[in-house]
Design a protein around this ligand. Structure first.
Ligand SMILES: [Zn+2]
Length: 121
């Protein structure tokens, strides 16, 4: 499809943003760690600081995985096809949210089901 190239650009830009953002987080956490534990020979403290930043990155990791999956779908040609009904998803929606795998009506239905599920619980 014609908009694939545009979608790929958006996904790759987003990917780079997340990675550089995560690097900044790691760096500032490390700097904070150094301040908190001024003795650099205190290896346990450094590891603690790193563990903290890894936890922070959990969200980014999830996002990155979604982006990679979307890039895979671009390669395989299933990008922009709704996972639920198999219909083509609107180009506008795919460019606004390239990691999505559902068309608007399926997404709405799924959200309603989720809400109903929560009320039942
Ligand atoms: Zn659908």
């Amino acid at each position: 499809m014609e908009y694939y190239e545009k979608a790929r650009e958006i996904l790759e830009r987003h990917r780079k943003e997340i990675i550089s953002g995560a690097e900044k987080t790691l760096q500032s956490t490390f700097e904070k760690g150094v301040q908190l534990f001024p003795d650099p020979s205190d290896l346990a403290s450094v590891e603690e600081a790193q563990g903290f930043s890894f936890r922070l990155k959990e969200r980014e990791k999830k996002l990155l995985r979604k982006i990679d999956e979307a890039l895979e779908r671009l390669k395989s040609g299933s990008f922009g096809i709704c996972e639920r009904c198999g219909e083509a998803i609107e180009e506008k929606r795919m460019l606004a949210r390239p990691v999505t795998t559902f068309c608007i009506s399926c997404k709405t239905l799924l959200e309603e089901e989720e809400k109903a599920e929560k009320i039942r619980r």
